[in-house]
Design a protein around this ligand. Structure first.
Ligand SMILES: [Zn+2]
Length: 255
């Protein structure tokens, strides 16, 4: 892959371009034929740019700016939004993900989560994680719901919200842990669990830990019960973090 290349002003104008490997997170229509494309770039983090004429059948972009596509793209700085100047396909993940319902729904949650969690990021950890998750979905390496769960736990970890499932988050004991306290960020032991804390099976905690670490030998052989229980815990934890982030932004605006 090519390294980022910034071209400073050319001789006769202000055509400043930058280039990045980037994953298309979402698109929305703009005017008659254009779209605003939201991407996660390896070097630049979140990029929002207008693709002119992309909805015309004759567009030079073809289907390269659809969600889940990985492209090497050139952008031109614009007054409000940047403009996509060119895009070449690096990984054509859109079709293999979109034509399978379970892959598609998992993929949508993954790119939505990436969109929410990467606003201020410029590091490439998230790019690498997202690239791996979408590649796994596109190839059908693992059950899509497990890929989604693993992606969310690891994305939250990169964002500074790593959950703990292999010991009690309050006292550090490794057993007996049999509850998960979402607001504390993970598992709690029998002594530390306050009344009303939901009980969780040991196999579910083992699966959550495997998804967090990317230990697929454990995850792929998990039971459907553990998958269902872990999926609801992951969804609840993601929701908890997003609400905390939103409330901290609101508080920040009022200050
Ligand atoms: Zn404890």
């Amino acid at each position: 892959m090519q390294r980022r290349r910034a071209q400073t002003a050319s001789d006769n104008g202000n055509m400043q371009l930058y280039e990045d490997a980037a994953i298309v997170l979402r698109t929305h229509k703009l005017g008659e034929a254009d779209r605003i494309i939201t991407l996660l770039g390896r070097e630049y983090g979140k990029i929002r740019a207008v693709a002119k004429g992309v909805r015309k059948p004759t567009s030079k972009f073809g289907g390269r700016l659809e969600p889940f596509m990985v492209v090497n793209a050139q952008f031109r700085h614009g007054r409000s939004l940047d403009i996509v100047a060119g895009a070449e396909t690096l990984r054509a993940y859109s079709d293999p993900i979109s034509r399978d319902y379970n892959r598609y729904t998992a993929g949508n949650t993954i790119v939505e989560t990436a969109d929410i969690l990467t606003n201020a990021d410029r590091g490439n950890d998230h790019y690498t994680l997202l690239l791996g998750a979408l590649g796994s979905l596109a190839r059908g390496d693992h059950t899509p719901e497990l890929v989604r769960g693993s992606y969310i736990l690891r994305a939250l970890t990169i964002a500074g919200w790593q959950p703990i499932f292999d010991r009690c988050v309050r006292c550090g004991r490794t057993e007996p842990i049999s509850h998960v306290a979402i607001a504390l960020g993970g598992a709690v032991c029998d002594d530390c669990a306050v009344p009303g804390t939901p009980k969780v099976e040991a196999e579910t905690l083992a699966l959550l830990q495997a998804l967090l670490l990317g230990d697929w030998s454990v995850a792929d052989t998990s039971t459907s019960f553990a998958r269902a229980e872990s999926a609801s815990i992951i969804a609840a934890y993601l929701q908890f973090v997003l609400e905390r982030r939103i409330s901290s932004i609101t508080v920040g605006n009022q200050a």
